[in-house]
Design a protein around this ligand. Structure first.
Ligand SMILES: NC(=O)C1=CN([C@@H]2O[C@H](COP(=O)(O)OP(=O)(O)OC[C@H]3O[C@@H](n4cnc5c(N)ncnc54)[C@H](OP(=O)(O)O)[C@@H]3O)[C@@H](O)[C@H]2O)C=CC1
Ligand SMILES: C[C@H](CCC(=O)NCC(=O)O)[C@H]1CC[C@H]2[C@@H]3C(=O)C[C@@H]4C[C@H](O)CC[C@]4(C)[C@H]3CC[C@]12C
Length: 265
């Protein structure tokens, strides 16, 4: 479905982003991936080429630098002459633990997890308007429902909902034919998530390969929101506004605090 399409995937050196790059490669897309670790990006690009990407490139850098965020989009413009899909997926390092009062960390994480998303969107919009393209934003259940142990992270994911849901409405009013897909994702079996929460979170982790494909499909089909896995995201969301106390109790039962130790993610 994305043969020949020109796609940027951020946070693609590992986890869900890496799997999205492989799916896109198998579909025959032109891919530009980014993250900080050049060695990992080189390996992902080599694998994408092997899997059949129309072309595969990388640019290494950190999204705490908003100039770099713009450079990624300009690199895609230079390489491909346009852009069809912008997949915003990276997250900066944080901790899985009780809020420690460090508001500076919240601000720094907002820059990586939110402001760089807004910056890349603004830079890519002229190209996406020409291609009637797609913006895909990877969020979390923690970006729709307040969960314990992820205060800074959750803050940044809620900000994405505010920005992109509002922008989507403006696109409709302005007849801007660029879709915005917000992806509400539950617990996925990426190395970083398993290392961080296993033992504490009771529910099983869903497969990253399938998650990655659902995100791409949702973006291509111009869905407003993607829910993966459906039962672990949509049902809590239905309860959120109608039975918040029941939801709260159900969610807290999911946490085994006997095994809890603060971890850096
Ligand atoms: N796994 C899960 O359970 C869930 C994940 N999600 C969402 O899915 C997305 C992917 O998560 P997941 O695959 O688990 O995460 P990973 O930790 O596997 O991947 C994160 C990616 O972001 C990159 N990254 C980290 N810091 C920076 C930075 N400062 N600048 C640029 N890139 C950076 C990493 O590469 P490098 O270190 O080389 O920079 C890596 O490529 C995220 O948006 C997350 O919120 C949502 C719900 C659940
Ligand atoms: C355990 C959370 C989901 C709880 C839930 O709503 N269950 C519904 C049900 O059982 O019906 C996980 C949802 C989101 C996860 C977090 C996340 O968004 C990614 C983080 C990034 C990093 O890779 C480490 C792990 C995360 C903090 C991760 C932890 C588990 C969730 C909170």
């Amino acid at each position: 479905m994305l043969k020949g399409k020109r796609v940027i995937v951020t946070g693609a050196s590992s986890g869900i982003g890496e799997q999205m790059a492989y799916h896109l490669a198998k579909m025959g897309s032109h891919i530009l991936i980014t993250a900080r670790t050049e060695e990992k990006l080189k390996k992902v690009v080599a694998q994408c080429t092997h899997l059949g990407a129309a072309s595969a490139h990388y640019i290494a850098g950190s999204m705490d630098n908003l100039t770099f965020a713009k450079q990624v989009v300009h690199k895609a413009e230079n390489l491909f002459g346009g852009l069809d899909m912008l997949i915003l997926n990276h997250i900066g390092h944080t901790y899985f633990g009780y809020f420690d009062g460090n508001v500076d960390h919240v601000r720094d994480l907002l820059k990586i997890n939110f402001l760089s998303y807004a910056t890349m969107t603004v830079a890519a919009l002229p190209m996406l308007k020409i291609s009637n393209g797609n913006i895909v934003v990877v969020s979390s259940v923690a970006g729709k429902i307040g969960l314990p142990l992820t205060v800074p992270y959750s803050t940044t994911k809620f900000a994405l909902d505010g920005f992109f849901s509002s922008l989507r409405m403006e696109f409709i009013q302005q007849k801007t034919n660029v879709s915005i897909t917000l992806c509400i994702i539950s617990y996925i079996d990426t190395d970083s998530a398993l290392k961080t929460v296993s033992g504490v979170i009771q529910q099983p982790a869903a497969p990253k390969e399938e998650c990655a494909l659902e995100i791409i499909k949702g973006g291509f089909l111009r869905k407003r929101e993607v829910y993966y896995q459906y039962h672990a995201t949509k049902i809590p969301l239905l309860l959120r506004d109608w039975a918040p106390e029941i939801l709260q109790s159900l969610l807290l039962m999911n946490y085994n605090m006997d095994n809890f130790q603060r971890k850096e993610v």
